[in-house]
Design a protein around this ligand. Structure first.
Ligand SMILES: CC(C)(COP(=O)(O)OP(=O)(O)OC[C@H]1O[C@@H](n2cnc3c(N)ncnc32)[C@H](O)[C@@H]1OP(=O)(O)O)[C@@H](O)C(=O)NCCC(=O)NCCS
Length: 154
């Protein structure tokens, strides 16, 4: 299996909209969000033998001097999970974040993200990549599960 990590481009719009159709409850909503993400965020994709099987969306927060970024979304296609693709993706993106701030003459200092308390696979992945649980991020799930705030400090 040939694995490639690459930036998402406008030419991925339709395929990404189809991928997001299910979690976003419909193609129209998915298209709106994919347009937003492609236009305003950094989006790294994982391809396995030419097929998109994962992605990670991140953005720099506020003034680049702060070296502060947030990961918004990470996913790996169900049939490709537990093959270290999520781990490799996050490590690749951490390097991209460091380069991003270096291009402004600054250093990356902190990457944050939120995840649900009961999302064990995501929590283990982030912990393995060096993130630490630093707090709580409110309640957005219908079942009252807490969101956790994780942070990676350089
Ligand atoms: C979370 C997710 C991205 C992990 O992707 P993945 O490619 O399967 O993860 P990896 O194979 O790289 O696993 C890295 C580490 O995470 C942990 N992990 C991953 N899946 C796990 C699971 N189902 N149970 C327990 N630990 C798990 C393990 O520590 C693993 O290291 P190991 O293989 O050395 O034991 C994937 O499960 C996913 O897409 N989930 C749905 C979307 C989601 O919830 N995203 C997070 C939103 S905040």
């Amino acid at each position: 299996m040939t694995i490639v990590f690459r930036d998402a481009t406008e030419s991925d719009f339709e395929i990404l909209s189809r991928i997001y159709e299910k979690p976003y409850d419909g193609l129209e909503t998915a298209r709106k969000f994919v347009e937003l993400y492609l236009g305003h965020y950094f989006w790294k994709l994982v391809e396995a033998d030419g097929k998109i099987v994962g992605g990670l969306i991140w953005f720099p927060r506020e003034n680049p001097e702060l070296g502060w970024a947030e990961i918004l979304d990470v996913w790996i296609d169900e049939s490709y999970r537990r093959r270290r693709l999520g781990f490799r993706l996050i490590i690749e993106v951490i390097k991209n974040i460091e380069s991003h701030f270096e291009s402004f003459g600054h250093k990356a200092k902190c990457v944050i993200l939120f995840t649900s308390e009961n999302n064990i696979s995501a929590r283990r992945l982030y912990e393995k990549a060096g993130f630490k649980k630093v707090g709580y991020g409110g309640y957005v799930a219908d079942d009252g599960t807490r969101e956790l705030l994780y942070s990676l400090n350089f």
